[in-house]
Design a protein around this ligand. Structure first.
Ligand code: CUA
Length: 159
């Protein structure tokens, strides 16, 4: 069978691309430990007020520069504890643990890789490290109703 020269070049290009992407995904998953958001942990959205850890939303320090932020989203608010502004020192890693009481909300920490969906009945988590001081706005990026644009909270990273 005769294969045209340009056809061979394209085939080779396709095969090399496929290998490159496979290696990239492999390294990302098995060496760097990246995983897609799981959404495999469930919770009763009607009993969040009495279910740990969502009965006490807010920031908890779990290590020297390790934090957990428990977030309960609802139309149209992020409950991140008594204050709307979370403060952590620069270099801190925060594990965001979130769910929602009512409808699907987004959860994005603008300017970072933290971006997940909050679905009723499911717990979702995302982790990010803050190496630069500044104010990072948590925004809802799933349209959830009339007050969608009012949903926000702030992570303030201080020296
Ligand atoms: Cu919550 Cu949009």
């Amino acid at each position: 069978m005769h294969i045209h020269k340009y056809e061979k070049i394209w085939l080779l290009f396709g095969i090399i691309s496929l290998l490159a992407f496979t290696v990239t995904i492999g390294v990302s998953a098995f060496y760097m430990g990246n995983q897609p958001p799981s959404c495999l942990v469930t919770v009763d959205p009607t009993k969040l007020d009495t279910t740990a850890p969502f009965d006490q939303p807010g920031l908890k320090q779990v290590g020297e520069k390790d934090y957990e932020l428990v977030v309960v989203a609802s139309a149209f608010n992020y409950d991140v504890g008594p204050e709307k502004v979370i403060q952590v020192p620069v270099g801190s890693k925060i594990n965001f643990i979130g769910t929602t009481k009512d409808v699907i909300h987004g959860f994005e920490v603008a300017g970072t890789n933290a971006n997940m969906m909050l679905e009723p009945g499911y717990i979702n988590t995302v982790e990010t490290t803050f190496n630069k001081p500044g104010k990072y706005t948590i925004v809802c990026n799933e349209y959830c109703g009339l007050g969608h644009h009012l949903m926000f909270a702030t992570v303030e990273v201080v020296e």
